[in-house]
Design a protein around this ligand. Structure first.
Ligand code: PLP
Length: 344
Protein backbone atom coordinates (compact mmCIF):
# COMPACT_ATOMS: atom_id res chain seq x y z
CA UNK A 1 0.00 0.00 0.00
CA UNK A 2 1.32 3.47 -0.88
CA UNK A 3 2.46 5.22 2.30
CA UNK A 4 0.61 8.51 2.28
CA UNK A 5 2.15 9.65 5.57
CA UNK A 6 5.65 9.20 4.14
CA UNK A 7 4.69 11.23 1.10
CA UNK A 8 3.14 13.88 3.35
CA UNK A 9 6.40 14.08 5.34
CA UNK A 10 8.39 14.42 2.13
CA UNK A 11 6.11 17.28 1.01
CA UNK A 12 6.42 18.96 4.41
CA UNK A 13 10.21 18.77 4.38
CA UNK A 14 10.31 20.36 0.91
CA UNK A 15 7.93 23.08 2.13
CA UNK A 16 6.26 23.86 -1.23
CA UNK A 17 4.76 27.29 -1.83
CA UNK A 18 1.24 26.08 -2.65
CA UNK A 19 -0.12 23.19 -0.62
CA UNK A 20 -3.02 21.32 -2.16
CA UNK A 21 -2.22 17.95 -0.62
CA UNK A 22 -3.76 17.10 2.76
CA UNK A 23 -7.37 17.55 3.85
CA UNK A 24 -6.29 20.36 6.11
CA UNK A 25 -8.55 23.40 5.58
CA UNK A 26 -6.80 26.76 5.32
CA UNK A 27 -9.88 28.65 6.56
CA UNK A 28 -9.13 29.90 10.07
CA UNK A 29 -10.89 28.42 13.07
CA UNK A 30 -13.50 30.95 14.23
CA UNK A 31 -12.09 33.17 16.98
CA UNK A 32 -15.10 32.43 19.24
CA UNK A 33 -14.25 28.73 19.23
CA UNK A 34 -10.66 29.43 20.24
CA UNK A 35 -11.75 31.87 22.96
CA UNK A 36 -14.06 29.23 24.39
CA UNK A 37 -11.22 26.68 24.63
CA UNK A 38 -8.89 29.21 26.22
CA UNK A 39 -11.43 30.40 28.77
CA UNK A 40 -12.27 26.80 29.68
CA UNK A 41 -8.57 26.19 30.37
CA UNK A 42 -8.37 29.37 32.40
CA UNK A 43 -11.38 28.25 34.44
CA UNK A 44 -9.31 25.23 35.38
CA UNK A 45 -11.04 22.63 33.21
CA UNK A 46 -7.87 20.63 32.86
CA UNK A 47 -8.78 17.20 34.19
CA UNK A 48 -10.30 13.94 32.98
CA UNK A 49 -13.96 13.73 32.14
CA UNK A 50 -16.60 11.14 31.17
CA UNK A 51 -15.56 8.84 28.35
CA UNK A 52 -18.88 9.32 26.53
CA UNK A 53 -18.34 13.07 26.40
CA UNK A 54 -19.70 16.11 28.24
CA UNK A 55 -23.48 16.09 28.58
CA UNK A 56 -23.63 19.62 27.15
CA UNK A 57 -21.80 18.57 23.99
CA UNK A 58 -23.74 15.35 23.52
CA UNK A 59 -26.99 17.26 24.00
CA UNK A 60 -25.97 19.86 21.45
CA UNK A 61 -24.92 17.19 18.94
CA UNK A 62 -28.22 15.38 19.50
CA UNK A 63 -30.13 18.61 18.86
CA UNK A 64 -28.19 19.44 15.68
CA UNK A 65 -28.46 15.88 14.31
CA UNK A 66 -32.06 15.25 15.38
CA UNK A 67 -31.22 12.20 17.52
CA UNK A 68 -31.22 11.30 21.23
CA UNK A 69 -28.25 12.10 23.44
CA UNK A 70 -28.01 8.41 24.40
CA UNK A 71 -27.19 7.62 20.78
CA UNK A 72 -24.18 9.96 20.71
CA UNK A 73 -20.56 9.49 21.76
CA UNK A 74 -17.73 11.98 21.46
CA UNK A 75 -14.23 10.87 20.45
CA UNK A 76 -10.68 12.17 20.00
CA UNK A 77 -11.17 12.85 16.30
CA UNK A 78 -13.45 10.77 14.13
CA UNK A 79 -10.65 8.42 13.09
CA UNK A 80 -10.46 6.67 16.47
CA UNK A 81 -14.21 6.06 16.38
CA UNK A 82 -13.89 4.60 12.89
CA UNK A 83 -11.06 2.38 14.17
CA UNK A 84 -13.21 1.14 17.05
CA UNK A 85 -15.87 -0.02 14.58
CA UNK A 86 -13.39 -1.69 12.24
CA UNK A 87 -11.95 -3.55 15.23
CA UNK A 88 -15.34 -5.15 15.93
CA UNK A 89 -15.79 -6.64 12.46
CA UNK A 90 -13.99 -9.43 10.60
CA UNK A 91 -14.50 -8.61 6.95
CA UNK A 92 -14.45 -4.97 5.95
CA UNK A 93 -15.96 -3.69 2.68
CA UNK A 94 -14.46 -0.49 1.31
CA UNK A 95 -15.66 1.35 -1.78
CA UNK A 96 -12.70 2.68 -3.72
CA UNK A 97 -11.28 5.27 -4.32
CA UNK A 98 -11.17 5.65 -0.56
CA UNK A 99 -9.59 7.52 2.33
CA UNK A 100 -6.56 5.34 2.94
CA UNK A 101 -6.99 5.16 6.71
CA UNK A 102 -9.92 2.71 6.38
CA UNK A 103 -7.68 0.19 4.69
CA UNK A 104 -4.60 0.78 6.82
CA UNK A 105 -6.61 0.52 10.06
CA UNK A 106 -8.28 -2.70 8.84
CA UNK A 107 -4.95 -4.20 7.78
CA UNK A 108 -3.24 -3.11 11.02
CA UNK A 109 -5.96 -4.98 12.93
CA UNK A 110 -5.49 -8.06 10.72
CA UNK A 111 -8.92 -7.79 9.08
CA UNK A 112 -10.00 -9.18 5.75
CA UNK A 113 -10.44 -6.28 3.34
CA UNK A 114 -12.74 -6.36 0.33
CA UNK A 115 -12.38 -3.47 -2.09
CA UNK A 116 -15.25 -2.47 -4.39
CA UNK A 117 -13.74 -0.43 -7.20
CA UNK A 118 -15.66 2.35 -8.89
CA UNK A 119 -14.71 4.38 -11.94
CA UNK A 120 -14.89 7.94 -13.15
CA UNK A 121 -16.55 6.69 -16.34
CA UNK A 122 -19.42 5.30 -14.25
CA UNK A 123 -19.74 8.47 -12.17
CA UNK A 124 -17.99 6.81 -9.19
CA UNK A 125 -21.15 4.77 -8.51
CA UNK A 126 -20.61 1.31 -7.02
CA UNK A 127 -22.09 -1.74 -8.72
CA UNK A 128 -22.54 -4.13 -5.83
CA UNK A 129 -24.49 -7.34 -6.34
CA UNK A 130 -23.70 -9.18 -3.15
CA UNK A 131 -22.00 -8.22 0.08
CA UNK A 132 -19.98 -10.86 1.88
CA UNK A 133 -18.62 -8.54 4.55
CA UNK A 134 -19.60 -7.71 8.15
CA UNK A 135 -18.99 -3.99 7.90
CA UNK A 136 -19.45 -1.81 4.82
CA UNK A 137 -17.87 1.64 4.93
CA UNK A 138 -19.78 4.30 3.01
CA UNK A 139 -18.17 7.71 2.72
CA UNK A 140 -20.37 10.32 1.05
CA UNK A 141 -19.65 13.09 0.24
CA UNK A 142 -16.60 11.11 -0.75
CA UNK A 143 -12.96 11.78 -0.17
CA UNK A 144 -11.36 11.95 -2.77
CA UNK A 145 -14.05 12.22 -5.48
CA UNK A 146 -16.57 14.64 -3.94
CA UNK A 147 -19.35 12.26 -5.05
CA UNK A 148 -22.70 12.07 -3.24
CA UNK A 149 -24.66 8.95 -4.13
CA UNK A 150 -28.15 9.63 -5.48
CA UNK A 151 -30.76 8.57 -2.90
CA UNK A 152 -32.01 5.72 -5.12
CA UNK A 153 -28.50 4.31 -5.58
CA UNK A 154 -27.90 4.53 -1.84
CA UNK A 155 -31.18 2.69 -1.21
CA UNK A 156 -30.17 -0.05 -3.63
CA UNK A 157 -26.86 -0.62 -1.78
CA UNK A 158 -28.58 -0.58 1.60
CA UNK A 159 -31.09 -3.19 0.44
CA UNK A 160 -28.19 -5.47 -0.45
CA UNK A 161 -26.59 -4.69 2.93
CA UNK A 162 -29.84 -5.60 4.68
CA UNK A 163 -30.07 -8.92 2.84
CA UNK A 164 -26.55 -9.79 4.02
CA UNK A 165 -27.14 -8.47 7.56
CA UNK A 166 -24.27 -6.06 7.03
CA UNK A 167 -23.53 -3.22 9.40
CA UNK A 168 -22.79 0.11 7.72
CA UNK A 169 -20.24 2.62 8.88
CA UNK A 170 -21.38 5.90 7.36
CA UNK A 171 -18.48 8.32 7.43
CA UNK A 172 -20.37 11.56 6.83
CA UNK A 173 -17.64 13.92 7.97
CA UNK A 174 -18.11 16.05 4.83
CA UNK A 175 -21.92 16.11 4.95
CA UNK A 176 -22.02 19.73 6.07
CA UNK A 177 -20.04 20.80 3.00
CA UNK A 178 -22.44 19.95 0.17
CA UNK A 179 -23.58 21.63 -3.02
CA UNK A 180 -26.35 19.12 -3.79
CA UNK A 181 -29.01 17.32 -1.71
CA UNK A 182 -27.59 14.70 0.61
CA UNK A 183 -29.33 11.78 2.35
CA UNK A 184 -27.72 10.54 5.57
CA UNK A 185 -27.59 6.73 5.66
CA UNK A 186 -29.43 6.64 8.99
CA UNK A 187 -32.55 8.03 7.26
CA UNK A 188 -32.75 4.80 5.28
CA UNK A 189 -31.03 2.15 7.39
CA UNK A 190 -31.05 1.18 11.07
CA UNK A 191 -27.93 -0.97 11.34
CA UNK A 192 -25.59 1.98 10.93
CA UNK A 193 -23.01 3.92 12.88
CA UNK A 194 -22.66 7.47 11.59
CA UNK A 195 -19.33 9.24 11.97
CA UNK A 196 -18.96 13.00 12.00
CA UNK A 197 -16.42 15.50 13.24
CA UNK A 198 -15.23 19.05 13.63
CA UNK A 199 -12.11 18.83 11.44
CA UNK A 200 -13.61 19.79 8.11
CA UNK A 201 -16.48 22.29 8.45
CA UNK A 202 -14.86 24.06 11.40
CA UNK A 203 -11.22 23.47 10.28
CA UNK A 204 -10.59 22.08 13.80
CA UNK A 205 -8.25 19.27 12.67
CA UNK A 206 -5.76 19.68 15.52
CA UNK A 207 -8.46 19.77 18.18
CA UNK A 208 -9.03 16.06 17.50
CA UNK A 209 -12.77 16.13 18.01
CA UNK A 210 -15.30 13.84 16.39
CA UNK A 211 -18.50 12.02 17.26
CA UNK A 212 -20.54 8.99 16.38
CA UNK A 213 -24.25 8.33 16.28
CA UNK A 214 -25.46 4.79 16.69
CA UNK A 215 -27.60 2.32 18.52
CA UNK A 216 -26.94 2.00 22.24
CA UNK A 217 -24.93 -1.20 21.94
CA UNK A 218 -22.68 0.46 19.35
CA UNK A 219 -22.21 3.47 21.59
CA UNK A 220 -21.35 1.14 24.47
CA UNK A 221 -18.76 -0.69 22.36
CA UNK A 222 -17.16 2.60 21.34
CA UNK A 223 -17.20 3.76 24.96
CA UNK A 224 -15.34 0.60 25.96
CA UNK A 225 -12.75 1.15 23.26
CA UNK A 226 -12.13 4.75 24.35
CA UNK A 227 -11.99 3.68 28.01
CA UNK A 228 -9.09 1.35 27.25
CA UNK A 229 -7.32 3.74 24.89
CA UNK A 230 -7.75 7.53 25.08
CA UNK A 231 -9.94 7.78 28.25
CA UNK A 232 -11.73 10.97 27.20
CA UNK A 233 -11.63 14.06 25.05
CA UNK A 234 -10.14 17.00 27.01
CA UNK A 235 -12.88 19.19 28.47
CA UNK A 236 -11.62 22.42 26.92
CA UNK A 237 -11.75 20.80 23.48
CA UNK A 238 -15.34 19.72 24.10
CA UNK A 239 -16.28 23.24 25.23
CA UNK A 240 -14.88 24.49 21.93
CA UNK A 241 -17.08 21.89 20.22
CA UNK A 242 -20.21 23.21 21.98
CA UNK A 243 -19.35 26.73 20.83
CA UNK A 244 -18.73 25.52 17.27
CA UNK A 245 -22.18 23.93 17.14
CA UNK A 246 -23.76 27.09 18.56
CA UNK A 247 -22.35 29.15 15.69
CA UNK A 248 -22.68 26.35 13.13
CA UNK A 249 -25.25 27.90 10.83
CA UNK A 250 -23.19 31.05 10.25
CA UNK A 251 -19.95 29.11 9.79
CA UNK A 252 -21.65 26.69 7.42
CA UNK A 253 -23.02 29.43 5.17
CA UNK A 254 -19.62 31.11 4.92
CA UNK A 255 -17.51 27.98 4.52
CA UNK A 256 -19.75 26.19 1.99
CA UNK A 257 -19.75 29.33 -0.15
CA UNK A 258 -15.95 29.48 -0.11
CA UNK A 259 -15.57 25.83 -1.14
CA UNK A 260 -18.30 26.06 -3.75
CA UNK A 261 -16.53 29.02 -5.33
CA UNK A 262 -13.23 27.12 -5.26
CA UNK A 263 -14.85 24.12 -6.95
CA UNK A 264 -16.19 26.42 -9.67
CA UNK A 265 -12.80 28.09 -10.08
CA UNK A 266 -11.02 24.74 -10.30
CA UNK A 267 -13.57 23.36 -12.77
CA UNK A 268 -13.11 26.44 -14.95
CA UNK A 269 -9.30 26.40 -14.90
CA UNK A 270 -9.05 22.63 -15.34
CA UNK A 271 -11.53 22.52 -18.23
CA UNK A 272 -10.46 19.72 -20.54
CA UNK A 273 -9.18 17.56 -17.68
CA UNK A 274 -11.28 14.52 -16.81
CA UNK A 275 -12.88 14.63 -13.35
CA UNK A 276 -16.24 14.43 -11.62
CA UNK A 277 -17.42 17.86 -10.56
CA UNK A 278 -17.80 17.49 -6.76
CA UNK A 279 -21.22 17.40 -5.09
CA UNK A 280 -19.57 18.12 -1.76
CA UNK A 281 -16.32 18.15 0.29
CA UNK A 282 -13.31 20.09 -1.01
CA UNK A 283 -11.36 17.79 -3.31
CA UNK A 284 -10.95 17.22 -7.02
CA UNK A 285 -9.91 13.75 -8.14
CA UNK A 286 -8.41 14.37 -11.55
CA UNK A 287 -7.33 11.95 -14.26
CA UNK A 288 -3.86 12.94 -15.41
CA UNK A 289 -3.46 10.56 -18.34
CA UNK A 290 0.08 9.86 -17.09
CA UNK A 291 1.37 8.30 -13.88
CA UNK A 292 -0.13 10.31 -11.01
CA UNK A 293 2.89 9.90 -8.75
CA UNK A 294 5.29 11.25 -11.41
CA UNK A 295 2.80 14.05 -12.03
CA UNK A 296 2.71 14.89 -8.30
CA UNK A 297 6.52 14.83 -8.18
CA UNK A 298 6.79 17.15 -11.20
CA UNK A 299 4.37 19.50 -9.48
CA UNK A 300 6.45 19.43 -6.32
CA UNK A 301 9.45 20.66 -8.31
CA UNK A 302 7.28 23.64 -9.28
CA UNK A 303 6.27 24.34 -5.69
CA UNK A 304 2.79 22.77 -5.74
CA UNK A 305 1.84 19.72 -3.68
CA UNK A 306 -0.98 17.26 -4.37
CA UNK A 307 -1.51 13.60 -3.49
CA UNK A 308 -1.17 10.90 -6.16
CA UNK A 309 -4.22 8.76 -6.94
CA UNK A 310 -2.52 5.63 -5.56
CA UNK A 311 -2.97 7.13 -2.09
CA UNK A 312 -6.68 6.29 -2.56
CA UNK A 313 -6.50 2.83 -4.09
CA UNK A 314 -5.69 1.46 -7.52
CA UNK A 315 -5.89 4.80 -9.37
CA UNK A 316 -2.46 5.24 -10.91
CA UNK A 317 -3.28 7.96 -13.38
CA UNK A 318 -5.08 10.27 -10.98
CA UNK A 319 -4.12 13.02 -8.56
CA UNK A 320 -6.18 14.50 -5.73
CA UNK A 321 -6.21 18.25 -5.46
CA UNK A 322 -7.29 19.55 -2.08
CA UNK A 323 -8.93 22.97 -2.50
CA UNK A 324 -7.45 24.36 0.69
CA UNK A 325 -5.22 27.27 -0.25
CA UNK A 326 -5.76 30.94 -0.90
CA UNK A 327 -3.14 30.48 -3.67
CA UNK A 328 -5.41 27.92 -5.32
CA UNK A 329 -5.76 29.77 -8.62
CA UNK A 330 -2.00 29.99 -9.12
CA UNK A 331 -1.60 26.34 -8.11
CA UNK A 332 -4.25 25.20 -10.59
CA UNK A 333 -2.59 27.12 -13.41
CA UNK A 334 0.70 25.37 -12.65
CA UNK A 335 -1.13 22.00 -12.66
CA UNK A 336 -2.55 22.87 -16.07
CA UNK A 337 0.89 23.84 -17.42
CA UNK A 338 2.50 20.63 -16.15
CA UNK A 339 -0.27 18.59 -17.77
CA UNK A 340 0.16 20.39 -21.09
CA UNK A 341 3.95 19.84 -21.01
CA UNK A 342 3.47 16.17 -20.12
CA UNK A 343 1.10 15.51 -23.00
CA UNK A 344 3.25 17.27 -25.62
N1 PLP B 1 -12.97 10.60 7.35
C1 PLP B 1 -12.56 11.09 6.17
C2 PLP B 1 -13.23 10.62 4.93
C3 PLP B 1 -11.51 12.00 6.11
O1 PLP B 1 -11.12 12.48 4.92
C4 PLP B 1 -10.88 12.41 7.31
C5 PLP B 1 -9.73 13.34 7.29
O2 PLP B 1 -9.11 13.61 6.30
C6 PLP B 1 -11.33 11.87 8.51
C7 PLP B 1 -12.39 10.97 8.51
C8 PLP B 1 -10.62 12.17 9.81
O3 PLP B 1 -11.15 13.15 10.53
P1 PLP B 1 -10.69 13.45 12.04
O4 PLP B 1 -9.77 14.61 11.95
O5 PLP B 1 -11.98 13.78 12.72
O6 PLP B 1 -10.06 12.23 12.60
Amino acid sequence: MFNVYEFFNKISSLNPRIRLDAGQPDIKVDERIIEEAVSSLKRGETGYTKTLGLDELREKIAEVEGVEKENVIVGNGSKILIASQILRAKRIGIISPHWQAYESIARAFGKEVKIFKTSLEEGWEPKIKRLNVDLLILNYPNNPTGKILPREKLKEILEIAEEGNVKVLADEIYSDITFKPFTPVRELYDNVVTIKGFSKLFSMTGFRLGYAIGQREDIKAMQKFLEVTTTCVPIFIQRAGVKALEIREGVKKRVVKIYEERVKLASRILKGFEFYEPDGAFYLFVKTGIDGLSFAEKLLEKGVSVFPGIAFGDYRDFIRISLVSSKLEEGLKIIKEVKLCASE
